[in-house]
Write a protein that binds this ligand. Structure first.
Ligand code: 5GP
Length: 199
């Protein structure tokens, strides 16, 4: 049966970057809840899990040694060091998902996205907060990080926003419902671009 989304034999890849606290996690969760054909990629990381995080759901939490082994085995589509910890996207996870006709969303930092631009056929989406003060208060509300970590993340976020221009789409998350409607529309439009189905 034809649906709004999920009519391709091979899924598409969507790369989303956003500074911390922009609501990207919520937006991507809304997508995968509305559409069973949208899957969020689970990255590997050397960062320790936060209190609410579960191994295999939020990330695959691995040691530095395991991560280095995976780099050597060429297991990553891209990887980067963010705030001193490694994060990487599994090639196998992405391939397996899109070969099932499902769309995959990679929520990765700008270093990782830049590695993929021009080499991976994907749609690149940047989500930003309305302004940095708002970002600051959201980070404070989350209260899971120290002041120093918050300051480091804020200066990183400012630099990241300069890179927003390189993406195919830029969504400013002023209002969650509107940002979601825009994100959802991008996925639907991308699925309906002219294409030759590769079987
Ligand atoms: P957090 O530690 O807050 O979960 O993530 C920190 C940053 O790492 C976020 O910008 C997040 O999007 C990014 N990130 C998560 N997974 C990956 C990945 O596989 N590759 C890259 N390059 N960045 C990632």
């Amino acid at each position: 049966m034809e649906q709004v989304l999920g009519n391709r034999q091979r899924g598409l890849i969507f790369v989303i970057s956003a500074p911390a606290g922009t609501g990207k996690t919520t937006l991507v969760r809304m997508l995968s809840q509305e559409f069973s054909c949208v899957v969020e990629s689970i990255s590997y990381t050397t960062r320790p899990p936060r209190a609410t995080e579960i191994n295999g759901r939020d990330y695959f939490f691995v040691t530095q040694a395991e991560f280095q082994r995976k780099i050597a085995a060429d297991d990553f589509l891209e990887y980067a060091q963010v705030f001193g910890e490694y994060y990487g996207t599994s090639k196998a996870y992405v391939e397996e998902t899109i070969s099932q006709g499902k769309h995959i969303v990679l929520v990765i930092d700008t270093q990782g996205a830049l590695q993929l631009m021009g080499f991976l056929e994907a749609t690149f989406i940047f989500i930003s907060p309305p302004d940095l003060m708002e970002l600051k208060s959201r980070l404070h509300r989350r209260r899971s990080e120290s002041e120093e970590v918050i300051d480091r993340r804020l200066s990183w976020a400012e630099k990241e926003m300069e890179l927003a221009k390189r993406y195919d789409y830029h969504i400013v998350n002023k209002n969650l419902d509107i940002a979601y409607q825009v994100l959802r529309a991008i996925l639907i439009a991308e699925e309906h671009t002219n294409f030759e189905e590769k079987c």
